[in-house]
Write a protein that binds this ligand. Sequence first.
Ligand code: FAD
Length: 417
Amino acid sequence: MHILIVGAGIGGLTAALSLQKIGLEATVFESVANLRPLGVGINILPNASRELIALGLQPSLDKFAIRTRSMNYFSRRGKLAISVPCGEYAGYNWPQYSLHRGELHRLLLETFKQRAGADRVVTGHRLAGFEQNKNTVTANFVAPSSGKPIADVTGDLLIGADGLHSITRRCLYPDEGAPVYAGMVCFRGAVEGPPCIDGESMIICGDKRLRLVSYPISKTRQEQGRSQINWIAAVPFNTDKPQEEDWNKLAEPEKLIELYGDWQFDWLKVPDLISATRQIFEFPIYDRDPLKQWTFGRVTLLGDAAHPLVPVSSSGAVQAIIDGRALACALGKHNDPLAGLQAYEADRLKKANQLVLASRKNGPDEVLEIVRNECPEDAEAIHDYVSRDRLQSVIDEFKERAGFGTEALNNSPSYTF
Ligand SMILES: Cc1cc2nc3c(=O)[nH]c(=O)nc-3n(C[C@H](O)[C@H](O)[C@H](O)COP(=O)(O)OP(=O)(O)OC[C@H]3O[C@@H](n4cnc5c(N)ncnc54)[C@H](O)[C@@H]3O)c2cc1C
């Protein structure tokens, strides 16, 4: 069997590595000509880190990623609402990792090339369409620069892991239209600085009006007593026509520094963090309405192509990794590949769709809305107004719904086959 994977992102490469591990042949086709380590920070929760560990990647992750210790929710005035342990510190059998997306991407890419052969990743091939019949599927590729046809490749299955603007998805749902704008733009950057809190933890501060998330992403810097601090500043922009989303679009810092001007806390001076950052990227946030079906015969969707979501609770990369592993496991278990694709969809679609909808409702970050609505802005002690237990229950409920409650996860098998 030969499986064509479209898109060498986090999801496509995890699927490729997982298929290779169980002896199934896959080739990844990527639109970009030269894959470079792009992006800034990303978080891998235990439900996904255990899948990367099952792929033998733990020694590498431990070389460059931070094992995240806790998540700390702060009010708009910098007062601690709740601190929640993460990963192994919360009793999971696996760590939570915070790292640079580019490093994770490079690790997946290089490991797959090493294990399967460099010729299994074909760059400069943009999917334009496909046809399938009873026995095969043929992908039509064009050159990204000219749009001219360059190759038709035939295989047994086609996996669309081609991200938010998936052509695979467009072919399956030609009338779907554009992604849904969430009314928010995220500014993102990474900068070296002194460790914030304990140098191993995440913070989230503010509310729906303005919100800052930050966490350290470099083990090397940590070993030097410093931090590579990744930050994301979310700003609501209510416009009908947000700019085109481009992960590499650079932003001007001035407006941002003005918006966050008085965010001067004992534990972090936000304007200093922003102004020290050399490159700031801006990215409008989109998702898509859940689909009823991902699999059509020999073709299925995976990762952001299947279920792009508003990035609360680090779900984008995590869900793409889980999809990749679930797909390989389902194909490994079924002799009939079409039944394998159906089993993958039956396992993943409902869970992923629930998460898309829960993320629209703010996920665990809802604790900050409770603080905003129920505490005076200048409250010194949040717990005089809202109990810790109440906030904890919002976070726990989301974890259960998103499939990573501690006990449930520890007691369920990972996608090994
Ligand atoms: C350049 C880049 C930078 C990012 N930076 C961050 C970040 O800093 N923080 C964060 O949280 N998330 C970031 N993300 C998003 C995050 O990686 C994804 O949301 C998540 O990992 C889901 O992964 P995915 O594999 O489904 O999609 P993606 O990671 O988006 O990968 C999709 C891949 O498919 C390729 N592709 C698209 N169309 C075609 C086509 N027609 N034919 C062939 N290939 C195609 C794309 O070039 C890309 O490599 C970034 C994504 C990209 C592509």
